[in-house]
Design a protein around this ligand. Sequence first.
Ligand code: CDP
Length: 235
Amino acid sequence: MGKIVIAIDGYSGCGKSSTAKAVAKDLGYTYIDSGAMYRAATLYFLENYLNPANPRDVTKGLKNLEITFHPNPDTQKQETYLNGLNVENEIRSMRVSEKVSELAKVKEIRSELVAQQQRLGKKKGVVMDGRDIGSVVFPEAELKVFMTADLETRAYRRQQELLEKGDLVDLDQIQKNLAERDRIDSSRTESPLKKMEDAVEIDTSHISFEAQVAQIVHLAQQKIETQKDYAGNHR
Ligand code: CDP
């Protein structure tokens, strides 16, 4: 009783995943990284020389694509598996970042991944981040957040993240990639990224990570309370 769905959408690299993860931990909810699914699909297409713009390749690719999440036994953090193999690090590489938005434009691929995401969120008590979570995957989500941050801040943060994994990438290359993905994600026909009217916008350019997590947890608790009141009054 009282569990809700939290949808966090926004531009590339504005900290949705780390924020969503921390919010889920605070609330004891499950975190689902929908972007990791598009990234894993991209890796599969790249490794098998499949072209997402070719419908026959799409059919072939979707037939053999199994994406799952399992906790790392040491860190307890959810990691992404592609056909049984851990691909958590590989899917964050620039090789994948450079191709993912082209694949994410394809209707058949989106339908398949959205169906999987909806199954994962059926029991509520989930925080999911992406581009179309509040609009398409969970239009009935009790709490919708739209995160933004200026491009320079996002590029710098992403560079630090990659560096922590031992990957030194030029700031300019990251900035160009983020801007290009924003452009493709916002202008595509299928489920374009846009702020929903009922979403709370949070600009994270000038607030600390802890503050943005606390703000979302607070909003979630208010929604959970409202649900309890509603249930109590209708008993
Ligand atoms: O973490 P970052 O902001 O770099 O991106 P991500 O959440 O891992 O998503 C990677 C790409 O997947 C995005 O640029 C979109 O093209 C696509 N995506 C999408 O189309 N719909 C989603 N729900 C999530 C990601």
